[in-house]
Design a protein. Structure first.
Length: 220
């Protein structure tokens, strides 16, 4: 049974995450400030840390920085406000494994928790590939053939979604809810815009438009 530490100072959100994880067979504990989070994460009793950025005593970035400075390899999923993506990217460079923009659906967090725990055990899952396109989920690097491609956080998330479903047609709504979250306007054309960005970076032929249905990743 996996043990998850939830560092979150808002009781409503902490309880939402805790109830959901327990219902899915996880053991949980909540730390309501950064000092407690750091101490409990350092205890070695947890397999994963869900870490809010805005915490009293010590913020999430500082908790993460200290854990990594102590060479603590615990997988960390950062919870962040949707408008703080720049900060979040900085957090990922500081050694977080993934991030979850608030607000989120519980299933989205659960998928990330499961992925991180699985990734931790099986190294091959840290790199997703389709033909000569690859994404390293730990370093957040994308490669086409041998060349590194710079992707923004959203582009990376979009590419990751495609690489998890190679050859499958993904509807705009699916991509929207997976990459942008449920509260995004379903009438938005943001998916099409980002598919265009991604095509420019990884090669237009890799993402096919399936008329009236969505998009599909194919080997170039
Ligand atoms: Ca907070």
């Amino acid at each position: 049974m996996s043990r998850v530490l939830i560092a979150e100072d808002e009781p409503r959100i902490a309880s939402f995450i805790e109830k959901g994880l327990r219902a899915n067979g996880f053991t949980t504990a909540v730390a309501a400030d950064g000092g407690a989070a750091r101490a409990q994460a350092a205890s070695g009793e947890f397999d994963l840390l869900v870490l809010d950025i805005g915490l009293p005593v010590m913020d999430g970035f500082e908790v993460l920085r200290r854990l990594r400075a102590e060479r603590n390899p615990i997988p960390v999923i950062i919870l962040t406000a949707r408008d703080s993506v720049q900060d979040t990217v900085a957090g990922l460079e500081g050694g977080a494994d993934d991030y979850m923009p608030k607000p989120f659906r519980f299933e989205e967090l659960l998928a990330r928790v499961r992925l991180r725990l699985a990734t931790d055990r099986t190294a091959e899952l840290t790199v997703l590939t389709c033909g000569d396109l690859s994404l390293d989920l730990r370093t957040r690097r994308a490669r086409v053939s041998e060349a590194t491609v710079d992707l923004s956080a959203r582009e990376f998330a979009l590419a990751e979604t495609f690489l998890r479903h190679p050859g499958q047609v993904l509807a705009r709504e699916q991509l929207l809810s997976h990459v942008w979250g449920y509260d995004f306007d379903p009438g938005s054309n943001v998916v099409d815009v980002y598919v265009r960005y991604l095509r420019r970076k990884i090669g237009a032929g890799r993402i096919e438009t399936v008329r009236g249905m969505g998009y599909r990743l194919v080997e170039a």
